[in-house]
Structure formats: C-alpha cells, structure tokens
Ligand binder design. Structure first.
Ligand code: SAM
Length: 392
C-alpha cells in the first residue's frame, strides 16, 4: 500500500463555469477510489466510502481552491478539527486523539457525519484556505543511508546540509534521531541512540545497513532548508495542520512527528522561504557559513523535486552543477519518484509510487558517475538497495 498523502501532479484547474453537480460527482468518485485504494486503513476508507455516497458532507470539498479538491484535503480538515477539539464525537475514532488502544468500536460514520455537519463552516474554511503538506520523519531512514553512502569517501569532513522543499525542516535534524535498520545480518543503529525520535526500516538487502555501520553519519556543522511554504515549528496552528495532514491510522506516524516537533521546537533548523531553484544558492551559502568553506555541501531533495515542472528540474540540475565549482565537495542526494531527477537512472524494480535513492557527486568540480542506489518505501519503511558505494 502506498502511503503518500499528496498527488505530486496537481490536477488541472476546474473550469469556473462547470456546474457544481458535475464537480460534486467527480469529488465523490474520488472518495470512492480513495476508499478502494486505501481499504487497509479502516477509519479513512470507511469515511471515504460514506462520503462518496453523501452529498452533504462531500459538498464541503467544493470550497477547495482550483486543483485542491482531493479527499486528502477534506480528511485533513476534519483531522485538524478533531485535533483542535478532542471533545467532538468523531474524536473517539481517531488513534491520534483517543490512542490506538482506546478506540471506540463499531461504525464511526454516524459520529463522523454529525461532527462534520455540526462544524461545516470551520471545515469548509480550512478546505478553502489550505493545501495538504507533509514532513515525514521516518524518511530519516533512507536519508541516513543515502548520506552515509554519499559521504563514504569523506567520512570525517563536516557537512553543510541543505534541504530543498524542507517543509518544517524535520529531516535536517536527522542526526538527532535514532535510526534502526533491520537487515538480514541483524539490526544496525545510527544517530543518537538515546533520542526520543525513533525511526526504523527494513533493509531488505542489508546493503544500507552495511554502509551505515561502516561509515555512520559525518558531523553536520551547517543545516539550512528552503521551502515555498515553510512551517515554523513554533507556530502551533501551522504545526497542527502539518500533523492533521498525516494519516492517523498508520502506526507510529503521528507519534514520531510529535516527538520530532517537541525535540526541535526550542531551536528549529532554519528553513528559508522561497523557490528551491531560485533560493538554492542563498541556502548553500548560509549553510557553508556555518559549516566552513571546506565543508562537504550536501543538497538533499526528498519528495520535493517531484513538484517541479520538468524544465525547472533541469534548471535545478544546472544550478547545482554551477555550485559544484564553488565548493570543494558537493553531493546531491535525491529521494524522488522514478524518472524525476535528471541523470539518475530508474532501477529495474521501481514501480509507480517507489522512491528512488540517487546521488550525484562532484569532487573538486569534477562529477563522478551518477548513481541510483536503489528503491525505498516513500516513508522509509523499507529499503531495497543494490549498489554499495565504496570509497573513491
Ligand atoms: C511532500 S513535502 C516533502 C517535505 C520533506 N522534504 C519530506 O520529505 O518530508 C514537499 C515540500 O516541497 C515544498 N515545495 C513544493 N514546491 C516547491 C518549490 N518550487 N520550491 C520550494 N519548495 C517547494 C512544499 O511546500 C512541501 O513542503
């Protein structure tokens, strides 16, 4: 089951002249499809199946901005309400509020429908003004392995880490988390073993665990993100919306998010507001100022480039190549859908929804061969890496 929460390809804008009935029918078809695709999620699939048949609740999604009328936005708006108002009847069905072990039994729909209709104005308002956005903490699993692999020839050189599309910057602090890789050769732990943020994934081939055990994470001396809509970890409402966009039924997902939020809130990694292509040079400059001119610059993109139009992806590749002439060592680490990153081949096992872990490395302005390290679950639940990087 794929667990990505947002289609990276925006749907085309709805023609303003289209009758509401036609739009409503399309919205309800989407709920029916969502219910089918995510049948393994009891709460969200049940709600979606009912909304597909219920004009009153489905019609709230008519207030969405062009291109945003997707079931995940409706579900996030309701989740936001439930997080904000744990006294509403629907809340007892949400593991993120009631706790996974204390959920109500039976059919959630009567309570959910009542809650939605009693708070229709609030939910509509959220739908009209928001878009879904995520920051997946467990992606630290594939980023950790990618970083260990990409810096294997520079294990002691401090990193200037720059994340494109960093959201709230939760991945920029991955060295403050505990990452466990469960491999056929046994578990390997990387990062801070005492961290309250526990990330883990199955390393199917054992390649990632071997690389991580050998290299570990280099010291991160500078970290800066850039995002079109950065989330300030000290802004409670914005952070609650980010949490509301998570699917409450996926075990550990909300808990991990909350522990990372609490760990980082006193001193969040800086995330600059801006477009990732236009803001790249400033972010790299700022990270190098913290880490030192000799630092190894690592530019990370995780489920972010997929939002760029193909010509902007080429622009980004050119901008990164240009920066490689200014830093002694530069690595571009990518975790994006197949075919998204210029120069990174699609692994043979990649399917729709896979995440391809790739690296492009420049050493003294000369590019080493681009490498696809393998595929991963989009939230780091598993890795299937085939290519061990060896020191140069
Ligand atoms: C799916 S989230 C991924 C967040 C984070 N990288 C992660 O893996 O958890 C994509 C992020 O990219 C940002 N984004 C989309 N287009 C962008 C652009 N052109 N420039 C900068 N950020 C962008 C969004 O605002 C969002 O925060």
């Amino acid at each position: 089951m794929s667990m990505s929460t947002a289609s990276p390809v925006p749907e085309s804008a709805v023609p303003p002249s289209e009758p509401a009935q036609v739009r409503l029918a399309r919205i309800q078809r989407r709920f029916a499809e969502f219910a089918q695709e995510y049948a393994a999620l009891p709460l969200y699939s049940t709600i979606s199946r009912h909304v597909a048949e219920d004009d009153e609740t489905a019609s709230l999604l008519l207030s969405a901005r062009p291109g945003q009328a997707r079931p995940v936005l409706w579900l996030a708006a309701l989740h936001d309400l439930v997080l904000r108002r744990p006294d509403v009847p629907a809340a007892q069905w949400y593991p993120s509020v009631a706790g996974a072990g204390a959920l109500a039994h039976g059919d959630p729909w009567p309570d959910v429908r009542r809650t939605v209709l009693d708070h229709a104005d609030e939910i509509s308002d959220r739908i009209a003004t928001r878009a879904t956005q995520t920051n997946e903490v467990n992606r630290a699993v594939y980023v950790t392995v990618g970083l260990a692999a990409a810096t294997a020839d520079r294990p002691d050189t401090p990193l200037a880490l720059v994340e494109l599309g960093a959201s709230a910057g939760l991945l920029l602090a991955l060295d403050r988390y505990s990452v466990e890789l469960r491999s056929p050769d046994g578990p390997v732990q990387v990062g801070d073993p005492a961290s309250p943020v526990r990330c883990s994934g199955d390393d199917r081939t054992g390649v990632g665990a071997r690389i991580a055990a050998r290299t570990g994470l280099p010291p991160v001396h500078g970290r800066v993100g850039v995002d079109a809509a950065p989330v300030d970890l000290r802004d409670d409402e914005a952070v609650r919306w980010l949490e509301a966009c998570l699917w409450p039924e996926v075990p550990g997902r909300v808990e991990r998010f909350r522990s990372a939020r609490d760990l980082l809130r006193p001193d969040p990694p800086p995330v600059l507001a801006g477009d990732m292509v236009d803001g790249l040079a400033t972010a790299v400059d700022r990270a190098r100022r913290s880490a030192g001119a000799d630092a190894h610059v690592v530019v990370l993109s995780s489920w972010a480039m997929t939002y760029l139009a193909p010509d902007r992806r080429d622009d980004l590749a050119s901008a990164i190549e240009a920066l490689s002439r200014q830093a002694p060592d530069l690595t571009w680490l990518t975790a994006e859908p197949p075919g998204c990153v210029p120069g990174i081949e699609v692994p043979h096992d990649a399917v729709d929804g896979s995440t391809v872990l790739g690296v492009r490395r420049w050493r003294k302005a000369r590019e080493l061969g681009p490498l696809a390290l393998g595929t991963c679950h989009p939230h780091g639940s598993w890795l299937n890496l085939t290519l061990p990087l060896t020191p140069r």
